[in-house]
Design a protein around this ligand. Structure first.
Ligand SMILES: C[S@@+](CC[C@H](N)C(=O)[O-])C[C@H]1O[C@@H](n2cnc3c(N)ncnc32)[C@H](O)[C@@H]1O
Length: 272
């Protein structure tokens, strides 16, 4: 973890595996988004912060043999996983670049679509990523984002450990300039970046027993555990007690788990 350029979720092996699962869990929602946009055969697409899979396969299928998909990812380990995934899946129109998506070095106005999913919510100064996406897309092209707002997360029956852990995680994020409620602000960010014809699609989920995303809060706290303790945001004994209580509660099949609200927002670069 780079202290001066923090990334909230870190790069534990368990987190990288979670991201591989996530690509499958969110494929349906992302497919819906790309269908709305009308991502066509022959399109040139860039995915910002693609992680080990992201939307690369969905985009490759839509762009087709005459199109091109570029993934930009700053973690060398994630890039390695993504390149292996691309090779194993025979995605011949996909290339994964290792670098900072705030400064890709790719040519201006050279893409029809730039997209990012669950990236802005984990980094400081997310507007710098949007700025680079705007630079990369041609007039008439589209920028599409998909990010959460954590404020709707709730369980029934409620458990005091849940809001407390959420608050600790959000406080740690805020201290690092990271906004875990960014989802709802996406349309405003796109407008501020000069986009037009902005559309928005919200979704909230129930994560039943056995669902891969039911334990997200626990996993995120685990990802940031060392850093949270280092900053003295909570004592180790309290943190252990809260996470144990949360784990028990989530294992109870009768606990209802309501997700963050996820906002998909997209808009067009004005024609000149
Ligand atoms: C939560 S993961 C989401 C991965 C993928 N988009 C998905 O939806 O499954 C966020 C990813 O963004 C990457 N990332 C964060 N900041 C970045 C930057 N400035 N440039 C490139 N990648 C970045 C992280 O390394 C991580 O792989």
């Amino acid at each position: 973890m780079n202290e001066s350029d923090p990334y909230l979720l870190g790069y534990r092996p368990a987190e990288q595996e979670r991201l591989e699962r996530q690509a499958l869990e969110l494929a349906h929602e992302s497919s819906w988004l790309f269908d709305q946009i009308g991502c066509r055969q022959g399109s040139r697409v860039v995915e910002i912060g693609c992680g080990p899979r992201g939307c690369l396969a969905l985009l490759a299928e839509r762009a087709g043999a005459n199109g091109k998909v570029i993934g930009v990812e700053r973690s060398a380990e994630q890039v390695e996983r993504a390149r292996k995934f691309v090779a194993d899946s025979h995605l011949t129109n996909v290339e994964v670049l290792c670098g900072d998506a705030r400064e890709t070095g790719l040519s201006e106005a050279s893409f029809d679509l730039a997209t990012a999913r669950l990236v802005l919510v984990n980094v400081p100064k997310p507007e710098l990523l949007v700025k680079e996406m705007v630079r990369l897309v041609r007039p008439g092209g589209v920028i599409a984002l998909h990010e959460p707002d954590s404020t709707t997360q709730r369980y029934d029956p409620p458990l005091p450990a849940q809001p407390r852990l959420l608050q600790v995680l959000n406080t740690y994020a805020e201290m690092n300039g990271i906004d875990r409620t960014i989802g709802l602000k996406l349309p405003r960010m796109l407008r501020a970046a000069g986009l037009v014809d902005i559309r928005v699609n919200p979704s909230v989920h129930i994560y039943p027993p056995g669902h891969g995303r039911r334990t997200l809060l626990l996993e995120f706290v685990e990802n940031a555990r060392g850093r949270i303790l280092e900053k003295n945001l909570i004592g180790k004994i309290e943190l252990d007690d809260l996470t144990a209580a949360l784990k028990n509660h989530l294992e109870d099949p009768e606990t209802l788990v309501l997700s963050s609200v996820f906002i998909q927002a997209w808009g067009r670069i004005p024609n000149q």
